[in-house]
Design a protein around this ligand. Structure first.
Ligand SMILES: [Zn+2]
Ligand SMILES: [Zn+2]
Length: 329
């Protein structure tokens, strides 16, 4: 133990809810460092790590280089500790209590490529067609957090305890395995333990439950019949209908106060809109970013009979467009 030293590291920024603890765990492990990692009540992360000085040095350098793409590091503070105790292993410890600053939480994060792949892969039975699929780098964040530090028991996912028996691997096993991309992820679940969709008629009576396949089938038929559906999603409810003049006017009438206020449109991909709307590279970048914001795009002047109803944004020359960002979309 002579050459090894012990260092306390405090990191601030957007470092909770972005897969930071599992990232630090695997980085520290690859450099043979022991000690512990925890979330702090003030929205930061604190570590005490022990190992060879050159490895600790490398560890601190690589935090900035390899950090999760959606994280943001404001500051890394290090203090040498005069420490007699020898750590035998590396662990993620229980978070420290305290007051959180909600501004340092990430927004909800669009479904990632890996989750999208799993959701569409019949071989990945556990998540196949499960619309609430998520992992340590994607899924709901801001809208699920009740309080910091960021842990499942302080999110709305507290109502969905991890399963212990799902096949081939349970959620609690995924959560505990540092090789798994759901290691220490807080807001994921599966079809066994997580939330489900139910389809209700306008009298709020359930008409279809759980089987997402049949719910989507029936919903699609109703939309094609000119009905307006409300779909509860991450962070709010979407109104879904055909976007033609007649139906949009019906929607405006039902919403009462919304005679002219523009609606935003969700489109399946950017190509769908390229003929109709001006899209710069910067706008493309924004649309496809993990935040999936609504971006205002200008209608092309050359288009005479646009497929986008004038009733979407009456009297305006631009339209708010967004891309799908969750499994249900
Ligand atoms: Zn994911
Ligand atoms: Zn589960």
């Amino acid at each position: 133990m002579k050459e090894s030293k012990t260092v306390e590291i405090k990191i601030t920024g957007i470092v909770q809810g972005v897969g930071f603890r599992p990232f630090l765990y695997n980085l520290a492990r690859s450099l043979n460092l022991n000690g512990y990692i925890l979330n702090r009540g003030n929205a930061g992360v604190r570590l005490v790590i022990q190992g060879y000085p050159q490895n600790i040095q490398k560890f601190i350098e690589e935090i900035r280089i390899k950090r999760p793409a959606i994280s943001f590091i404001e500051n890394i503070e290090t203090n040498n500790l005069d420490f007699e105790e020898k750590f035998e292993d590396l662990e993620i410890r229980k978070s420290e209590p305290g007051r959180g600053i909600s501004l340092t939480l990430p927004p909800d994060i669009a479904i990632c490529e890996n989750c999208l792949k799993d959701m569409n892969d019949p071989q990945k039975e556990k998540y196949y067609q499960y619309p609430f699929i998520a992992c340590a780098v994607c899924g709901p964040r801001y809208t699920t957090v009740n309080e910091l530090p960021y842990d499942r028991e302080r999110t709305t996912m507290i109502n969905f305890p991890f399963c212990h028996q799902a096949n081939p691997v349970s959620c609690i096993q995924e959560y505990s395995d540092f090789n798994n991309r759901r290691f220490h992820a807080q807001t994921f679940a599966c079809a066994v333990c997580g939330p489900h969709y139910t389809l209700y008629n306008k009298n709020r009576e359930p008409i279809k439950d759980k089987s997402i396949d049949s719910i989507l089938q029936e919903t699609a038929e109703m939309i094609n019949d000119g009905k307006i559906i409300a779909i509860k999603g991450i962070g709010g409810t979407h109104l879904v209908c055909l976007a033609n003049d007649e139906i949009i006017l019906k929607l405006r009438e039902r919403k009462g106060e919304r005679k002219y206020k523009p609606f935003a449109l969700m489109v399946p991909n950017i190509n769908t809109m390229e003929d109709e709307l001006e899209i710069s590279n910067k706008e493309k970048e924004l649309l496809t970013s993990f935040r999936r914001p609504i971006v205002l795009l200008e209608r092309k002047k050359s288009i005479v009979n646009s497929v986008i109803s004038q009733q979407i944004a009456p009297g305006l020359n631009n339209v708010g467009i967004m891309l799908p960002y969750s499994g249900i979309h």
